[in-house]
Design a protein around this ligand. Structure first.
Ligand code: NAP
Length: 280
């Protein structure tokens, strides 16, 4: 292995320790940051993500509430739940775990969250603020990637960043953040003509697609920084990213592993956003 490993687990643990100190300081002033997490149905991956988020809250002293709703819950009942949380002064952040069942309009649900409590950063007003470079909640995964790049001293100004994936949750907000930090950004997606050629131009290559083995060694510029956001199960049932890790390690300058890369940062950033909401 030649590439330097970017240890997201280590960075996330150190960030959580800093956040815990800030939560303590706020509590000393009588403010106890609170997060409400709504989970609908019985999606095993969603349950695991929620468990991790609540564990990070517990570790940092953020008060959390889990609201479990049945798969068959009506959109009206879910919106009523959010309205109550919007008015609850003990709740500073509200997160609705995605995906939601098909009979619910996820965007309408996300838009119902008060922008001041939108710690996932998925509300249109948060997305608009990010687009315009104004203060607002930044989605946790892109924020976590930016934190890792900063901690690792990866220069962005003038560098070519290539983002694979254009979702509202990861690809698009990440591209905007990289642009704000003076990178030259290319966004690729399922209709990109020659993904390998685009990827090979990257000084910073970010894979956020959801396909195991998509990024092969020959798609990586020697010395590039490779950030793997993808979460997939391989044929053996193991958790893997979008990057062919062992092969790409021989070419890249630095790389995040899966698990232990971006995932833990996403969770730490949720705590950071909740703390910020409580400080406002
Ligand atoms: P998504 O909404 O499914 O978006 C996937 C993106 O990849 C789309 O823009 C799609 O293009 C593009 N794509 C699909 N096939 C492609 C191909 N062959 N070549 C190039 N682009 C292709 O997924 P997401 O929510 O952004 O998540 C992406 C991955 O990150 C998933 O594995 C997810 O589990 C993971 N994730 C991880 C974390 C974390 O904390 N580590 C957090 C969130 C998500 P089109 O737009 O053209 O369809």
């Amino acid at each position: 292995m030649n590439a330097r490993l970017i240890d997201g687990k280590k960075h996330a643990a150190s960030l959580r320790a800093q956040l815990a100190a800030q939560v303590d300081a706020l509590a000393a002033r009588g403010i106890h940051p609170g997060l409400a997490v709504i989970i609908v149905g019985d999606h095993p991956a969603s349950r695991a993500y929620v468990r991790n988020k609540l564990a990070a809250c517990a570790e940092t002293g953020v008060r959390s509430t889990k609201i479990e709703l049945a798969e068959q819950v009506t959109q009206r009942a879910l919106l009523d739940e959010i309205a109550a949380l919007n008015h609850n002064p003990a709740v500073h952040g509200i997160l609705v775990q995605l995906p939601l069942p098909a009979h619910i309009d996820a965007q309408a649900v996300l838009e119902a969250i008060a922008p001041s409590k939108d710690v996932d950063g998925f509300h249109a007003s948060s997305a608009g603020a990010l687009l315009q470079g104004r203060p607002g909640f930044v989605p946790c995964t892109p924020a976590g990637v930016m934190y890792l790049l900063a901690q690792e001293g990866i220069a962005l100004a003038g560098q070519h960043a290539v983002v694979l994936g254009r979702s509202n949750v990861v690809g698009k907000p990440l591209a905007l953040l990289l642009l704000q930090n003076d990178a030259t950004v290319t966004i690729c997606h399922s209709r990109t003509k020659d993904l390998a050629t685009e990827a090979r131009r990257a000084d910073i290559l970010i894979a956020a697609v959801g396909r195991a083995g998509l990024v092969r060694a020959e798609m990586v510029k020697p010395g590039a920084c490779v950030i793997d956001v993808g979460i997939n199960r391989n044929a053996a049932g193991q958790l893997v990213g979008d990057v062919d890790f062992d092969a790409v390690c021989q070419v890249a300058g630095s790389i995040t592993p899966v698990p232990g890369g971006v995932g833990p940062m996403t969770v730490a950033m949720l705590v950071a956003n909740t703390l910020r909401a409580a400080q406002a």
